[in-house]
Design a protein around this ligand. Structure first.
Ligand SMILES: [Zn+2]
Length: 325
């Protein structure tokens, strides 16, 4: 059955919770659970539409990323998503589209990123989609909902009557359950992002602030999620966060990384020297002796030294995949 083949392609890159209940390399329960939505689109002969809230904005912490704009980390993720759509088109000729629902504008004020940097990130990501020739990808942002509106107004309008109050989320986390994993993951990100060089306050104060902000980010994300469901009711939902078995969304890995919470916008791409890329926080790559490579006039990624060298090996940037046209 073609729908099985399609969903199998997606589940090959399943980002799962370690304790989420999935089994096997391709989880049979998740496969059965998500097959109907795919089969429904296919029965109508339509292009399968996936929604992926992702690519919000770069982390504001310079110890994690190379700067505020998308770099090779994003480019590799876009190339991966495009290749996934191409493989689906092999199994089902009308193919698939992935609409990247870039959610930076939804919560950038909470994570200390300016609206300007969100705008620049969105524009640069669109240029990157064009540059790599990703014809199955496009981007949708909060700005597209009410073009011309003031950014703060957009956020107010988004959460009016949509999404939970942070107090409801607090109660949900206290009860335990699936939200706890996401809450912990986002709190960890907030803590890392706020621990910028020059911070002089206490660790406990930073932890309190991170927990508070995590609830705010989750509440806004839920509101964005609800709005997307209103706007695109038939789309199959993907997530960059690990999801429990057989739930509404399919957690999707965007890169080969040992940390299932690490994303291209919280890290930098690292060429491991054997033709593979992984993601590492900038400070970790630098500590490992990795060499910075620039492309298109900006920092692009790192190259790890080969074992037995001092790290000063010459590497031709023209050989890197981001130069392939
Ligand atoms: Zn499963």
């Amino acid at each position: 059955m073609a729908a099985t083949k399609v969903i199998r392609e997606v589940l090959e890159h399943h980002r799962r919770l370690r304790t989420g209940g999935c089994t096997g390399r391709v989880c049979p329960r998740c496969l059965r659970h998500h097959r109907d939505a795919i089969a429904a689109a296919m029965a109508r002969g339509r292009t399968i539409e996936f929604l992926l809230p992702a690519f919000p904005t770069k982390s504001p912490n310079p110890a994690k990323v190379l700067g505020p704009l998308p770099d090779l980390a994003e480019e590799l993720a876009l190339r991966f998503l495009e290749s996934l759509c191409e493989r689906i088109a092999d199994a089902y000729p009308p193919g698939a589209r992935i609409r990247i629902c870039s959610d930076g504008r939804v919560f950038n004020d909470l994570i200390g990123v300016s609206d300007d940097n969100v705008t620049r990130y969105v524009h640069e990501l669109n240029r990157m989609i064009d540059r790599v020739g990703a014809t199955h990808l496009d981007q949708f942002t909060l700005d597209d909902v009410c073009p011309g509106d003031d950014h703060a107004q957009l956020r107010t309008r988004l959460t009016a009557g949509r999404g939970p109050h942070p107090d409801e989320l607090r109660a949900e986390v206290r009860r335990g359950g699936d939200l706890v994993h996401m809450y912990r993951g986002i709190t960890r990100f907030m803590l890392e992002d706020l621990s910028v060089p020059g911070y002089t306050g206490s660790r406990a104060a930073l932890q309190r602030r991170s927990r508070e902000l995590a609830y705010g980010v989750i509440a806004r994300s839920r509101a964005w999620d609800a709005l997307l469901a209103e706007l695109f009711p038939d789309a199959v939902r993907l997530s960059i966060h690990p999801q429990p078995c057989s739930t509404r969304k399919i957690g999707l890995l965007l890169a080969d990384t040992p940390d299932t919470w690490l994303t291209p916008w919280h890290s930098a791409a690292v060429d491991t020297g054997d033709g593979r890329f992984t993601l590492m926080k900038r400070a970790e790559a630098e500590a490992a002796g990795a060499r910075l490579v620039t492309a298109h006039g900006r920092p692009s990624h790192f190259v790890l030294p080969r074992p037995g060298t001092t790290g000063h090996i010459p590497v031709s940037a023209t050989g890197a995949p981001h130069h392939a046209r």
